[in-house]
Write a protein that binds this ligand. Structure first.
Ligand SMILES: Cc1cn([C@H]2C[C@H](O)[C@@H](COP(=O)(O)OP(=O)(O)O[C@H]3O[C@@H](C)C(=O)[C@@H](O)[C@H]3O)O2)c(=O)[nH]c1=O
Length: 179
């Protein structure tokens, strides 16, 4: 099997380590394969692929889409290093409000699957950090939502807090004020 799957700290979160085939030309790896991912609990269908580039210190998040447009996200870093964060916002979850983080990088080639109902964000630890992720629902501007990256009730222990955040993300609500 070209992938190893591990349970994350929060229920439903899955960490994926792909098999990398290096040779004198460079390397090859598979980044998604339905017949391996579905039995591991990562069931799409994935209907949108995204790609972003961020300078060091850029923090994007914490984002989610409201029902019925909630997105599962399969996230990887193809260049640079990201400190990737998921927050469980599923009302029925015993882990509601809890966060977890892991480093995704071009060196470790790790991926993470974040199920629908989580907020997602990341901090770029290097310049030109490129995130690529597959989503189980399409982007809908009207359903776009989020919570503050520095929400004291979530209390994420970011590697540093001298960060670059969009105006949109600075005006996101705190968890206690979520409608
Ligand atoms: C997310 C998204 C944005 N856009 C547009 C809207 C806007 O004009 C521009 C930039 O959007 P944003 O500022 O929301 O981009 P960004 O802050 O990178 O948003 C992303 O952050 C990470 C953490 C996620 O988890 C993603 O789901 C997504 O929310 O791109 C799309 O057209 N399609 C999309 O799927």
């Amino acid at each position: 099997m070209p992938f190893s799957f591990f349970s994350g700290e929060l229920p439903g979160l899955i960490i994926i380590e792909p098999r990398v085939f290096p040779d004198d030309r460079g390397f090859f790896l598979e980044t998604f394969k339905e017949s391996d991912f579905t039995p591991a609990g990562i069931s799409g269908p994935f209907v949108q692929d995204n790609h972003s580039r961020s300078s060091r210190g850029v923090l994007r998040g914490l984002h989610f889409q409201k029902e019925p447009h909630a997105q599962g996200k399969l996230v990887r870093v193809s260049r640079g290093v990201a400190w990737d964060v998921a927050v469980d916002l599923r009302n029925s979850s015993p882990a509601y409000g809890k966060w977890t983080a892991l480093e995704l990088s071009e060196d470790n080639q790790r991926m993470v699957y974040i199920p629908p109902g989580f907020a997602h964000g990341f901090l770029a630890l290097e310049d030109d950090t490129e995130l690529q992720y597959k989503c189980t629902a399409e982007y809908k501007g009207d359903a776009d939502a989020g919570v503050r990256w520095d929400d004291p009730d979530i209390a994420i222990d970011w590697p540093f807090t001298d960060v670059i955040v969009s105006e949109k993300d600075m005006s996101l609500p705190y968890l206690k004020d979520l409608a």
